[in-house]
Design a protein around this ligand. Structure first.
Ligand SMILES: Nc1ncnc2c1ncn2[C@@H]1O[C@H](COP(=O)(O)OP(=O)(O)O)[C@@H](O)[C@H]1O
Ligand SMILES: [Mg+2]
Length: 159
């Protein structure tokens, strides 16, 4: 079942991401959807904290490199499909970067602009929609696709 949270600050979005990150065990796929500035990267910073990623490596949007890997208690694979516009980009992501190996790997894969690479996503993943409501307000809607993600979403509590 889907769950919607209201975030009133970027710190709160980080906190929700951190709590979610804490519950992850590796192998999960999170697909983030929402316009520019909606809070996707802010949320990934929280996930990184929850996964125990070293603070020395700040999480930024990997737009130009498509993917960044961070070491933590569990590795974080951070993808950003924002600049993916052509079919050749999809091929690059598939063949050059080897997306599948990450999606089915031991780390947590987080994909910003997941809708742009929908055809490459696994059948089961956690879809998270971000909406820009007001200057500092965002809504986060969690749509679990698959049993594993249903459990994860059930455990999410409002900070
Ligand atoms: N409640 C909130 N949640 C997330 N970000 C917020 C919030 N309120 C304000 N912001 C600001 O909005 C911007 C979101 O940017 P970012 O996380 O990079 O978005 P995206 O990756 O979706 O483009 C940041 O500057 C952040 O500080
Ligand atoms: Mg971003």
């Amino acid at each position: 079942m889907k769950k919607e949270l209201l975030s009133k600050s970027s710190a709160m979005t980080v906190e929700v991401g951190k709590r979610l990150g804490h519950t992850l065990q590796g192998g999960e796929v999170l697909g983030l959807v929402g316009e520019l500035g909606a809070g996707k990267t802010t949320f990934v910073k929280g996930i990184a904290k929850g996964l125990g990623v070293n603070h020395q490596h700040p999480v930024n949007s990997p737009s130009f490199v498509l993917m960044r890997e961070y070491e933590g208690r569990i590795p974080l694979y951070h993808f950003d499909a924002h600049r993916l516009t052509e079919a050749s980009d999809l091929l690059r992501l598939e063949q050059e970067i080897g997306l599948e190996e990450y999606l089915f790997g031991k780390g947590v894969s987080v994909l910003e602009w997941a809708d742009r690479i929908k055809s490459l996503l696994p059948k089961e993943y956690l879809r998270i929609e971000f909406q820009h409501l007001k200057e500092n307000e965002r809504s986060l809607t969690f749509h679990p696709l698959g049993e594993r993600y249903e459990k994860i979403v059930k455990a999410i509590k409002e900070p």
